[in-house]
Design a protein around this ligand. Structure first.
Ligand SMILES: [Zn+2]
Length: 48
């Protein structure tokens, strides 16, 4: 699942929160620039 972080106030926003909001913006400060943050940790791949 991809989380978003507000560039302005660093509030974490889940995709669920985005669905409730009219458009993409921070629910706290109404800042429109959100940074994508992936919660999945990249798995190490064995190199041959
Ligand atoms: Zn914000």
């Amino acid at each position: 699942m991809t989380k978003y972080i507000c560039q302005n106030c660093k509030t974490e926003i889940t995709p669920n929160d985005l669905r409730l909001l009219p458009g993409v913006k921070c629910p706290k400060c109404s800042h429109r620039i959100l940074i994508k943050k992936r919660s999945l940790i990249a798995k190490p791949v064995k190199a041959r």
